[in-house]
Write a protein that binds this ligand. Structure first.
Ligand code: DSN
Length: 416
């Protein structure tokens, strides 16, 4: 059982205390299926609430612009060393404050403004920072976009190679936020070599699966790999960049002073804790169980008439096309909210709707796996979802499902 330590806050600011306690209960009394979320360990939570938050330390270990950083240097060195060991990386920068600045720093370091790059479309699984026109990436660079194959809903590596040969990108980006299949990183390396492009991946979603040995690790042979630290990797909110030694100086300079000021030292302490946890043998079991749970959930949904994009999943997430049962993504999200199951509406490949009114929902299993749920519970949750979506107008039925959700959650409480 973890504990949210708010003993002092309770008297000092009862308003904030009550809100944080309420959010704690919401997390425990519902099934969180947001694919990018997790529940951090007590150690990670404590490090984030530590005195390291008080310090300023612009610069890098042993080369700071402020005094008094001997201990902070040791903390950052420890986070870097553990990350190197975990991902077999030549160089690691743990200072990026989140995923977007991590990607931005790599682009700043490796591209000139208006250079051509190639990334996945947002609507087919990419991220805003992978070249969407409303994002800095699409505004500052000439991002060409690839998608998935219409039939298989999987990456078509020959088509990507052909597109790369045509547009001659200076950088090719793989790694996604809503792609349920394993990525052939070796093939991406080959495509990059064929067109002499910088080979980059954003593995934010699957970092925990890579660390746990369940998915291929591109870090040793890619030029740069970014990841957030709080998704399947189960660390604090934040990010890091892993790269080949030859790009280290450029990338470090792009992070600081190019983009950011002082690093968040309390978060770097928590990153060190999380990387230490991910190095434990038990993290391998966790990563394997995430995938087993996602596959059990996908099968239950599919057996109950929901169309699962690409026919299943190899990772922690499922994209379900809810138009297959006559709903829109937004309605599905709201219906599931009513029964205490949280997910996000999401586009599916070749969606005719917008990201605000898409055809699908995205469901992920990192949180329920951290809670100790296994295939049996994943199937049970799949049944709750199917029943709720098929009865989205029946409030009495939704109320009944909510009670069942709560009963299940009570068996898997994780905070005192
Ligand atoms: N917001 C994250 C996600 O949910 O995938 C990506 O930044």
């Amino acid at each position: 059982m973890y504990k949210q330590h708010l003993d002092y806050l309770k008297d000092q600011d009862s308003k904030v205390f009550e809100l944080l306690e309420k959010e704690k209960e919401r997390q425990m009394e519902g099934i969180e299926l947001i694919a990018s979320e997790n529940v951090v360990s007590q150690g990670v939570l404590e490090a984030m609430g530590s005195v390291a938050t008080n310090k300023y330390s612009e610069g890098y270990p042993h080369k700071r612009y402020y005094g008094g950083n001997d201990v902070i240097d040791e903390i950052e060195d420890l986070a870097i060393d553990r990350a190197k060991q975990l991902f077999n990386a030549e160089h690691v920068n743990v200072q990026p404050l989140s995923g977007s600045p991590a990607n931005m720093a790599v682009y700043f370091a490796m591209l000139e403004l208006k250079d051509t790059a190639l990334g996945m479309k947002l609507t087919e699984g990419g991220h805003l920072t992978h070249g969407h026109k409303v994002n800095f990436s699409g505004k500052l660079y000439n991002f060409e976009q690839y998608g998935v194959d219409k039939e298989t809903e999987r990456l078509d590596y020959d088509a990507i190679a052909e597109q790369a040969a045509k547009v001659k990108p200076k950088l090719i980006l793989s790694g996604y936020t809503a792609y349920p299949r394993e990525i052939d990183f070796k093939r991406f390396r080959k495509i990059c070599d064929e067109v002499n492009a910088f080979c980059m991946a954003d593995v934010a979603h699957i970092a925990g699966l890579i660390a746990g040995g369940v998915h291929e690790n591109p870090v040793p042979y890619f030029d740069a790999v970014t990841t957030t630290t709080h998704k399947s990797l189960r660390g604090p909110r934040g990010a890091m960049i892993m790269c080949k030694e030859e790009f280290a100086e450029k990338i470090d300079k792009a992070v600081f002073p190019g983009l950011q000021g002082g690093p968040h030292d309390h978060i770097n302490a928590a990153k060190a804790v999380a990387f230490g946890e991910a190095l434990e043998p038990s993290f391998k079991d966790y990563a394997q169980q995430i995938v087993k749970n996602a596959q059990a959930l996908a099968k239950t949904l599919s057996d109950n008439g929901l169309r699962v994009v690409s026919g299943g999943t190899d990772n922690h997430l499922i994209l379900a096309d809810v138009t297959s049962i006559g709903l829109r993504g937004k309605e599905a999200e709201t219906t599931l909210d009513k029964v205490g199951i949280y997910c996000n509406k999401n586009t599916v490949p070749f969606d005719t709707g917008s990201p605000w009114d898409p055809s699908g929902i995205r469901l992920g299993t990192p949180v329920l796996t951290t809670r100790g749920m296994k295939e049996k519970e994943s199937e049970q949750i799949g049944m709750f979802i199917s029943e709720a979506l098929k009865n989205s107008k029946d409030d009495a039925k939704l109320e009944e499902i909510k009670k069942q959700t709560l009963e299940l959650c009570k068996q898997f409480r994780f905070y005192e």
